[in-house]
Ligand binder design. Structure first.
Ligand code: PBG
Ligand code: ZN
Length: 325
């Protein structure tokens, strides 16, 4: 085959032609913005390892979420930081819990202006800092499931649209689906952290959310980053358990898994660009070593190009502002 006078640069010669040829376009509508709500906090507090990203007191949540919605971002992901922790993670499923209060305030004040997703896990709420209940020196799978289901139901009762289990307990999607249905919440969707890896890119989050484990690490439940086939099995299992949206986490160093999932499964895919990815961009930008906005657009577009339908990112507001102009 010959290529008569082929010059690929013809289609790169001006801004307008390049615009026309764009294959992947990031939209604010692809984004989910996390928020951290902290119980008994008096005013917005900057995270030391996440400069520019604040923890919020309950009274500021509605305004903040409203401003996120005004940027045309269709969803938030709510994380809570409670004042009390215990060995059962009770504050995670209390109807007066910080997340439950935040969700119902948002729903009451903003109606359906933005979709409310909420994190279903125990690590901010257990004295151990683990994502499940501790028995002896182990994280016990099956007793944790029951508590996770309670968390999901309490969030659905508060008004969440989508619950997002992130504990990496086996069977969490199945039991949460069952309990939601039994309680009449058949239209509440589950976005599971299906392929959540044990990653050192989570440490800024653990500072922010006070959720570092008090002993050991999360290697007995989160995926090792060496095992792509095992990651695919996790995704397969969640689909079999009735998940609505699967998630791959982190995002930037895991684009191969996003692409593989896109090829293998016909299911909505979210990617979680985690706190450490945010910190890398921010730190370099603050030094003046990279352009924060350009790098943000490049990274989030690449995650979409790999096959993600939606991206949870702390850079969501920066990207949305840039795209909206
Ligand atoms: C815990 C949880 C973590 C994150 C989200 N949920 C931390 C962990 O698993 O250690 C990390 C998110 C981020 O770094 O942005 N269930
Ligand atoms: Zn957890």
């Amino acid at each position: 085959m010959s290529f008569p006078n082929l010059r690929l640069r013809r289609l790169r010669k001006s801004g307008k032609i390049r615009e026309l040829l764009e294959e992947v376009r990031l939209s604010p509508k692809d984004l989910i913005c996390p928020i951290f709500v902290q119980e008994d906090l008096k005013s917005r507090a900057q995270g030391e390892s996440m400069p520019g990203f604040d923890r919020l007191p309950l009274k500021d949540v509605v305004d903040e979420v409203n401003s996120i919605a005004d940027l045309k971002i269709p969803a938030i992901m709510v994380f809570g930081i409670p004042t009390t922790k215990d060995d059962q993670g009770t504050s995670a499923f209390s109807q007066n819990g910080i997340v439950q209060k935040a969700i119902s305030d948002i729903r009451k004040n903003l109606g359906n202006k933005i979709a409310i997703m909420s994190d279903v896990c125990l690590c901010q709420y257990t004295s151990s800092g683990h994502c499940g209940l501790v028995k002896g020196d182990k994280i016990d799978n099956d007793s944790s499931l029951d508590v996770l289901a309670k968390v999901a139901i309490s969030q659905a009762q508060a008004g969440a649209d989508v619950v997002s289990p992130s504990a990496m307990m086996d069977g969490q999607v199945k039991l949460i689906r069952q309990r939601l249905d039994d309680a009449g919440f058949t239209d509440i969707a589950i976005m599971s952290h299906s392929a959540k890896h044990r990653s050192s890119l989570y440490s800024p989050f653990k500072d922010m959310a006070h959720s570092a484990p008090k002993f050991g690490d999360r290697k007995t439940y989160q995926l090792p980053y060496t095992n792509p086939k095992e990651a695919m099995r996790e995704i397969e299992t969640d689909i079999a358990e009735g998940v609505d949206i699967v998630m791959i986490k982190p995002a930037l160093a895991y684009l191969d898994l996003i692409a593989m999932t896109r090829q293998k499964f016909n299911v909505p895919i979210s990617a979680y660009s985690v706190s450490g990815e945010y910190a890398l961009v921010k730190a370099a930008a603050m030094q003046g070593w990279i352009n924060e906005i350009e790098v943000t657009m490049e990274i989030l577009t690449a995650i979409k190009r790999a096959g993600a339908d939606m991206i949870v990112s702390y850079l969501s507001k920066i990207a949305a502002k840039t795209i909206n102009g």
